[in-house]
Design a binder for this molecule. Structure first.
Ligand code: GRF
Length: 198
């Protein structure tokens, strides 16, 4: 069983999908820790309900990112965490965590990267009036949603589709794709290069 930490700042619906997949035996991983930078976010409630240990750190309480990440790293090493899985963690990862976890930090983003990186990717796609968008899973580097792509899946944007509808469909896709791709990574099916799942 791969030991993972999930990083989340928000609703935690992807965290929930991973908790559920792990409980059903569909994801060969144990979520040992949930890390959050936002006290009170719903992802933390989900972690507590699943009896997963949480680590909540507010970056404002630290002088630098490296200090903040050093505290997280200490906990990750103590729990022998093998992979960091970002699921709506709204913060860039720095060298203090990247160096000890090369190609072991993974993120999910709601667009077909390199299109629409950063905040509100779904809003950006709607504003650009694209006819298709999707979901990308990638390794994390120091940039904003710039690391090597592991998997992408695309969906069409329906004519006149509103944000709520598109967001719902993208989230459903994420909840299906993230456990599936992580399973491939943890079982060695995707050691190098891209896996296109569509
Ligand atoms: C997801 O759309 C994910 O792709 C992005 O942030 C959102 C998190 O949603 N990185 P949730 O907190 O998992 O519900």
């Amino acid at each position: 069983m791969t030991k993972i930490a999930v990083f989340a700042s928000g609703q935690g619906s992807n965290l929930q999908a991973l908790i559920d997949a792990s409980a059903k035996g569909e994801l060969p991983a144990r979520i040992e820790l949930v890390v959050s930078d936002r006290r009170g976010c719903y992802a933390l409630t989900r972690a507590e309900e699943a009896a997963i240990e949480t680590l909540v750190l507010s970056p404002a309480d630290y002088e630098s990112r490296s200090q903040y990440e050093a505290i997280i790293l200490e906990k990750l090493l103590e729990l022998q965490i093998e992979y960091l899985v970002l699921a709506g963690f709204m913060r860039l990862i720095g060298p203090t965590l990247l160096a000890p976890y090369p190609e072991r930090i993974i993120n999910i983003h709601p667009s077909l990267l390199p299109l629409f990186p950063g905040k509100d990717a779904i809003g950006q796609a709607l504003a650009a009036e694209v006819t298709e968008t999707g979901v990308t899973i990638h390794y994390v580097d120091e940039g904003m949603d710039t690391g090597p792509i592991i998997a992408q899946e695309r969906i069409s944007v329906n004519p006149g589709e509103d944000r709520r509808s598109l967001e719902g469909r993208i989230h459903a896709l994420e909840h299906h794709l993230y456990p599936k791709v992580l399973k491939q990574i943890f079982t060695g099916g995707n050691a190098n290069g891209k896996t296109r799942t569509n």
